[in-house]
Ligand binder design. Structure first.
Ligand code: TYD
Length: 202
């Protein structure tokens, strides 16, 4: 009676946040118990780490380790208990973000990220991952309309092009888990895609 684990991914500015709450609501209407959460974050400790990760200068290895420390706390104290109770978890980002940002974006070792992922969450991976795909330039345009940049958002276009390419490679490698959404489409079109797919998850 374990719940399902669903993640939303994409480069900053691709627009996933617009759809998260809406998606969780579709699941609730379908009678599911839903936990809407995010990474890094989702517990007091992980949210404190998030604040440091987004704004405090640090080297790339520290960043990687803190991401997984936040993830471990979130998993042990929130995510796994929810799944065990039959709750469906909708998570804004998960380890695919680490592979894309710390791996492809920062040029960190993908092998090392997989070692940490195995250690921190073993074979628990999302049942479904929506990748909001958008050219880095368009995402940047959308972002500058929003608020001041954090440490990731302040990265240059080339960084986000690498992150995007990383995500696309991950999606191609796991076509069963990933649903790639062209985030340039209008909101209604994206929602009808999400609604149709959401009804398919068993
Ligand atoms: P984000 O999820 O985009 O939230 P908001 O919409 O409030 O900006 O911000 C989280 C940032 O953290 C984002 O820039 C990507 C980054 N991140 C990583 O680099 N690695 C990770 O493993 C995770 C979970 C996030």
């Amino acid at each position: 009676m374990s719940g399902r684990f669903i993640s939303f991914e994409g480069i900053d500015g691709a627009g996933k946040s617009t759809h998260l709450e809406w998606y969780a609501e579709r699941l609730r209407e379908a009678g599911r118990d839903v936990l809407l959460t995010r990474e890094p974050g989702g517990t007091g400790l992980a949210e404190a780490l998030r604040a440091l990760l987004l704004d405090e200068p640090m080297d790339a290895q520290t960043e990687l380790l803190l991401m997984f420390a936040a993830r471990r706390d979130h998993l042990e104290r929130r995510l796994r208990p929810a799944l065990a109770a039959g709750t469906w978890v909708v998570c804004d980002r998960f380890t695919d973000s680490t592979l894309a940002y710390q791996g492809a974006g920062r040029g960190g070792s993908v092998k090392r990220i997989h070692v940490l992922a195995d250690w921190v969450h073993g074979d628990l991976w999302p049942d479904r991952t929506y990748l909001f795909d958008l050219p880095a330039e368009e995402a940047l345009r959308r972002r500058t309309l929003a608020r001041p940049a954090d440490r990731f958002e302040a990265e240059d276009l080339a960084f986000f092009e690498r992150v995007r390419a990383g995500y696309q490679a991950q999606a191609a490698a796991e076509p069963e888990r990933f649903v790639v959404i062209d985030a340039a489409q209008d909101i209604d079109r994206i929602r009808s895609l999400l609604a149709a797919d959401c009804a398919r998850i068993r």
